[in-house]
Design a protein around this ligand. Structure first.
Ligand SMILES: [Zn+2]
Ligand SMILES: [Zn+2]
Length: 93
């Protein structure tokens, strides 16, 4: 498993590339509602990710599709993206 480091906040965690599409969608659906804990449960139940990973991933999921979770800058449309403005990792799931 690979590691991801966010240039913006300095957090490091395990890359969630093993998460299948339905799990990503389910996790991402909780985040805009402020239910990061539910998103973390979905991810840790279905993958080798631990709580630290899941927590870091949850805060890097976009609140609004296509917009950086950190600065709202427009992303490029990749599922895993780096904000062109602030360099934050974004999971646009
Ligand atoms: Zn970050
Ligand atoms: Zn940004």
């Amino acid at each position: 498993m690979q590691n991801t480091t966010c240039e913006k906040c300095g957090l490091a965690w395990t890359d969630p590339d093993m998460l299948i599409e339905p799990i990503r969608r389910m996790a991402a659906s909780w985040v805009p509602a402020g239910r990061n804990v539910n998103a973390m449960k979905v991810m840790t139940a279905e993958s080798p990710l631990n709580l630290h990973d899941a927590k870091a991933i949850a805060v890097h999921i976009t609140q609004e599709p296509g917009a950086c979770h950190e600065c709202s800058y427009l992303l490029t449309g990749e599922a895993t993206d780096h904000c062109p403005f602030c360099q934050a990792v974004n999971y646009d799931w």
